[in-house]
Design a binder for this molecule. Structure first.
Ligand code: SF4
Length: 227
């Protein structure tokens, strides 16, 4: 039997990828880097502080921190307690203050006071995981990376771009479906979209434009696996 021309249907994966790619580029044509910084070092510190903290709060705290120290040398001279007292509003301040002092010392002794430009060297620094390293590689050095946090992980699943059980698998799948030249912008564009539309963790995937365009026939809440 002939299929009706205009009957709604869920999009195929390639169609979803193309739609999401185009729509996010239209919505956020030149996505700005959300964390205020002056150079790779201050970006590295800001990204480290953003773990389990909002970018907005990090941007409220970093002016005081960078007024006290904005180079590895000056930061390494501050005591852990002093750093901790400034960054306390960001949460996890005991771990973060130790990491900031420790990585500043390591940058001086092992990297000529420069932020290294490889994942391996970045991830060897205290407090720097794969996601933090990816953000620095992308936003400080323009290296293609696709850092995946829990929000990107959630959206990628709701948009049917991955069945990854964790952020590592999701990153691998997103890198497969999107062009490398789009990775850095898409990372930010998905975050901006998530912040604007996908704030409710409980949203079941049948509300806003991207989900309803990709899955017009979705009848049941889309369950996701937690990273
Ligand atoms: S429909 Fe819900 S889950 Fe899907 S992108 Fe929109 S807010 Fe997020």
């Amino acid at each position: 039997m002939e299929q009706k021309q205009n009957s709604p249907r869920n999009l195929m994966k390639e169609e979803r990828v193309a739609f999401i790619d185009k729509r996010l580029a239209q919505l956020y044509p030149k996505p700005p880097v959300p964390l205020d910084h002056q150079d790779p070092f201050t970006l590295l510190i800001a990204v480290l502080l953003s773990a389990q903290c909002t970018d907005e709060r990090v941007n409220q705290v970093t002016p005081s921190l960078f007024a006290a120290a904005d180079t590895p040398e000056t930061m390494a001279e501050l005591s852990v307690e002093h750093i901790r007292s400034i960054i306390r509003p960001c949460g996890l301040s005991p771990q973060k203050s130790k990491a900031i002092k420790g990585l500043s010392q390591l940058l001086i002794t092992q990297h000529d006071s420069q932020v290294p430009r490889t994942f391996a060297e970045l991830e060897a620094l205290p407090g720097v995981g794969h996601k933090t390293a990816g953000v620095v590689m992308a936003q400080a050095f323009g290296h293609p990376a696709f850092p995946v946090d829990t929000h990107i992980h959630r959206l990628a699943q709701r948009w049917g771009l991955t069945r990854g059980k964790n952020v590592v698998e999701t990153e691998r799948d997103l890198k497969r479906v999107f062009q490398e030249s789009r990775w850095n912008d898409l990372h930010l564009q998905i975050i901006f979209y998530g912040r604007e539309f996908c704030t409710a963790r409980g949203c079941d995937g049948r509300v806003c434009e991207i989900c309803t365009t990709c899955y017009p026939l979705r009848k049941h809440p889309k369950k996701i696996s937690k990273p």
